[in-house]
Design a protein around this ligand. Structure first.
Ligand code: FES
Length: 80
């Protein structure tokens, strides 16, 4: 299995409506947020999340968060 690519070294604020989302955990999707199938062949899979109410989240773009898809500040270690 390959390791996730770092889509960005800072988190991204995104607004979500109630729905089921497949977030890109491999870092290879075009926008770095939503799975577009680019993980194929890597052994990595998207993170499925059900959102029950509208909310704004800090989305982990570095793919290193232990709380993925939510940013836990891990990107600060990459910026050192
Ligand atoms: S494209 Fe990254 S997990 Fe699917």
């Amino acid at each position: 299995m390959e390791t996730p690519k770092i889509a960005d070294t800072k988190c991204k604020s995104i607004n979500l409506e109630p729905d089921v989302y497949f977030f890109c955990a491999c870092g290879r999707s075009a926008d770095g947020v939503y799975c577009d199938g680019s993980h194929e062949g890597t052994g990595l899979r998207p993170k499925k999340c059900r959102i029950d109410e509208p909310k704004n989240i800090s989305y982990c773009m570095c793919k290193q968060s232990k709380s993925f898809p939510y940013c836990d500040g891990e990107h600060n270690q990459l910026n050192k």
